[in-house]
Design a protein around this ligand. Structure first.
Ligand code: SF4
Ligand code: SF4
Length: 276
């Protein structure tokens, strides 16, 4: 069984040094943002493909029958790895203070940050392959789908579902629990992005230091007050429609970028597990 600390150290070095994690003259919205670093050091989680919680994700109250198990993606797979890249203070602070509109730093985090997340995932894949492992990244696989109805399948809420969910996978892999705003609260907070892969190498699992889906959320309601379109409530959590409509608006206003993330910044769970 392999230890995760080697992978985590390598990914941390990559995140610190790779040029893709820093804005440059070509992509910065304004000159003062050149050199801005998008992400801080990563967190990595792991779970065996046989973990019973993966099967539980097929329940209608979780993702649903359409969720594909790790073994469906990779029959010879042994471990699911999930990693979290937390945004830097510069990205979070800017979005925490910019009123209703997304801060330029956050727009960069959403778009250039997504490109770098893909780079980091490719780096992790290469690293494991150098250890003689085989890797599948479900969200890169042709079988992956989201927000579409696959042939012959009907879902009442199909527009907002997928057959692999990074936040659910991160929960199973020991990285954290859900918040009222439906983000995942990790030891490094809620503001950041997740990716995952499946490998045939056996890595030590990361123990889940929680029992319930929402253990790290204090239900403080700060994310409710931060949302510009009242998409979050104590009763129903986050409603997808108003959130998606607001993201559509930002896409029109800030094309080619978009984003919001107000519920993830300026809140007690932004950068860590909030105190009870
Ligand atoms: S802001 Fe408060 S209620 Fe909202 S997800 Fe974070 S801890 Fe939970
Ligand atoms: S991303 Fe923005 S619009 Fe969507 S729930 Fe969070 S604060 Fe509201």
């Amino acid at each position: 069984m392999k230890h995760l600390n080697v992978l985590e150290a390598k990914l941390t070095d990559f995140v610190c040094q790779a040029s893709g994690n820093y804005l440059n003259e070509e992509n910065a919205i304004t000159k003062d943002l050149i050199g801005l670093r998008i992400y801080d050091a990563p967190l990595i989680g792991a779970a065996p493909v046989s973990d019973v919680l993966f099967e539980a994700l097929k329940k209608p109250e979780a993702i649903g029958e359409h969720f594909m198990l790790p073994k469906d993606w990779m029959p010879e797979g042994r471990t699911v790895l999930s990693f979290f890249l937390p945004y830097t203070e510069a990205v979070k602070l800017a979005n925490a203070r910019d009123g209703r509109e997304p801060a330029p730093e956050w727009l960069h985090g959403r778009i250039e940050g997504q490109s770098f997340l893909t780079e980091a995932c490719a780096y992790l894949k290469d690293t494991i392959e150098h250890m003689s492992g085989t890797v599948i990244v479900p969200t890169w696989d042709p079988r992956f789908w989201k927000s579409e109805t696959p042939k012959g399948v009907e879902f009442p809420d199909y527009e907002f579902t997928s057959n692999w969910s990074e936040r659910h996978i991160a929960f199973v892999c020991g990285l954290g629990t859900f918040g009222l705003s439906r983000g995942l609260i990790t030891k490094a907070g809620i503001a950041g992005r997740f990716a995952s892969l499946i490998t045939d190498l056996e890595f030590e699992p990361v123990p889940r230091e929680y029992d319930g889906l929402y253990d790290y959320c204090t239900n403080c309601g700060a994310c409710i007050r931060r949302c510009p379109v009242n998409a979050i409530s104590f009763e129903t959590g986050k409603a997808h429609e108003p959130c998606a409509s607001f993201l559509d608006y930002t896409e029109e206003a800030y094309a080619p970028r978009y984003g919001c993330g107000k519920c993830q910044t300026g809140v007690p769970c932004e950068s860590g597990i909030p105190g009870k």
